[in-house]
Design a binder for this molecule. Structure first.
Ligand code: HEM
Length: 504
């Protein structure tokens, strides 16, 4: 079952005694694989494509980069890639730091108690994306209390509100035709319908404005993502082959990119925060690195070129890599063979696969295969006591050991080949930016419930061990997969000001 793939990890392959398992089903053949050599071919060979028929539910506005193939995909990819290239990463870096700073100010109102880190982290990611895509400033009032209604009579809700509702109601949007949404008598469908209409109208009016001033917008150095997509999706007068992107696809790509970039980053950060709270010694190492790299300089001087680069290559980058290894937001990626093809596995053995075979690249198995990833030394009894949680094997240090050279990648949280995630640089900048801003001034701590303190008769050491073990178990039991892997249960943390940290 798709939702248990992450939980099963490498176990089904271990039981089968091989890294690829072929299933013959009445609906067709499926090959589940975590073999790095086969995965590389699936991602990079032209004999394999995305099974787009299974992904049409993304086409709420129109075809998007994530639901088309072949020449059509190339057009979408070119347009979206142009959007990313004209969105400077220093802007993403600055916006991320600013949003995280305002988030901590918001948390101060709750005495720095954070009930669900994942939800707040997804909001930070959404705020950054909205800023970069539409040059709109989302604030915590917008995303928490529904924000202010639109000042503009044409719209019922503000742009930030319509974005937020759409992102929160993806399930409703995917399952209900948009013409039906407003006619159903439910609050959820009514709100989604309103957000859908408002978002569509906002986007169309911005698109019209860009088209009316195309020359001026085209020559702007820093365009928003929406402006870039409209400009790049317009006909190229110097290329007779170029095809314009329909207005439905302009909106579709904005929606898809926002959806792909919001929960992925938010969920990863949510996991990273919990892991750092569980492992204070690792957190201290990150903070030492932040003190070395950033010193006591104020936030306005933190630079993408020097600070981000050093941290990304250093221990903080290793923490993010390790989080993505254990809690990769994407749990599997599908491909389909368009012709009979020969695949070579990691042992060099060849396998002929028929056309129309469905392939599923199993991330959870590949990233926990004990032949590739050494486990942390913990007894079998202790592993059982902690529900065999993946959090037991959190070891960022492994990323700082010299890598063995091979042309077959063993870690691909962002995919590989032509369809590799175009948002990877942006995601990395956001993740480093958020954690840097939080950990430079604060430490993240698990919250010890009063009940546990009572049970341990006020012994704080014992109580902490109890809270840590509970958190480790939750990081297995309460992890679920919908579109992405997420920690569904609230696991509260609290920020504590660092005594040595510098405060603006
Ligand atoms: C931790 C963060 C992220 C992870 C782990 C991730 C992972 C992935 C993966 C595995 C794919 C490839 C799927 C395939 O091969 O079929 C992908 C595609 C994509 N991602 Fe990301 N992503 C992340 C963040 C982002 C961000 C921040 C954005 C945009 C703001 C984004 C936009 C996209 C788009 C548009 C595609 C489709 C590319 C195509 O089909 O050509 N992603 N992502």
């Amino acid at each position: 079952m798709p939702w248990s793939i992450w939980k099963a990890g490498y176990e089904p392959f271990e039981k089968a005694g091989q890294d690829s398992v072929f299933l013959a089903t009445p609906k067709g053949n499926i090959l589940w694989t975590c073999d790095p050599a086969i995965v590389k071919q699936l991602f990079t060979s032209h004999s394999f494509q995305l099974p787009v028929d299974l992904l049409k539910f993304y086409d709420i506005w129109g075809p998007t980069i994530g639901s088309v193939e072949g020449q059509e995909w190339k057009t979408h990819r070119k347009v979206v890639a142009y959007g990313f290239s004209s969105t400077p990463l220093p802007v993403v870096w600055q916006r991320t730091i600013h949003q995280t700073k305002t988030l901590v100010e918001r948390w101060a109102r709750d005495d720095y108690l954070v009930k669900s880190p994942r939800i707040w982290m997804s909001r930070v990611a959404l705020h950054v994306i909205a800023g970069v895509f539409f040059n709109t400033e989302m604030n915590w009032k917008d995303t928490e209390e529904g924000g202010s209604d639109s000042q503009d009579k044409e719209y019922q809700s503000s742009l930030p509100n319509s974005i937020l509702t759409i992102m929160l109601r993806l399930g409703v949007l995917f399952m209900t035709p948009t013409w039906l949404l407003g006619r159903l008598p439910f609050k959820a469908t009514r709100e989604t319908s309103q957000a859908f209409n408002d978002f569509t109208n906002y986007m169309l009016s911005i698109r019209s404005r860009v088209l009316e001033n195309l020359d001026e917008v085209s020559s702007k150095r820093n365009k928003t993502m929406l402006e870039s997509i409209v400009v790049a999706g317009n006909m190229d007068p110097t290329d007779p082959e170029s095809k314009p992107l329909s207005k439905e696809s302009v909106l579709g790509n904005i929606f898809f990119t926002m959806m792909a970039g919001h929960e992925t980053v938010g969920n990863t950060l949510g996991f990273a925060i919990l892991l750092l709270a569980i492992y204070p010694e690792i957190q201290t190492k990150v903070q030492q690195e932040l003190d070395d790299v950033i010193g006591s300089r104020p936030k306005e001087t933190w630079s993408l070129e020097t600070d981000y680069t050093a941290l990304q290559k250093g221990f903080l980058g290793a923490v993010i890599n390790e989080t993505l290894r254990l809690y990769h937001p994407v749990q599997f990626v599908p491909r389909t063979s368009i012709a009979e093809t020969t695949l070579y596995d990691s042992a060099g053995k060849s396998h002929v696969v028929p056309p129309n075979t469905l392939f599923c690249v199993n991330y959870a198995a590949a990233f926990s295969n004990p032949a590739t990833w050494t486990k942390v030394s913990v007894t079998a009894d202790r592993r059982a006591e902690l529900q065999h949680s993946r959090a037991i094997d959190f070891d960022p240090q492994r990323w700082l050991k010299p890598a063995e050279t091979s042309d077959v990648p063993i870690h691909w949280p962002f995919g590989q080949g032509g369809r590799i995630c175009p948002g990877k640089p942006m995601a990395q900048v956001e993740m480093i930016g958020v954690l840097t801003t939080l950990l430079k001034e604060y430490s993240i701590e698990l919250v010890i419930p009063d009940q546990v303190l009572k049970e341990t008769q006020g012994d704080r050491g014992k109580a902490w061990d109890h809270a840590r073990d509970n958190a480790v178990r939750q990081l297995q039991e309460s992890v679920e997969a919908n579109l992405t892997i997420a920690m569904l249960k609230d696991l509260p943390i609290r920020l504590q000001r660092r005594s040595g940290g510098d405060h603006d």
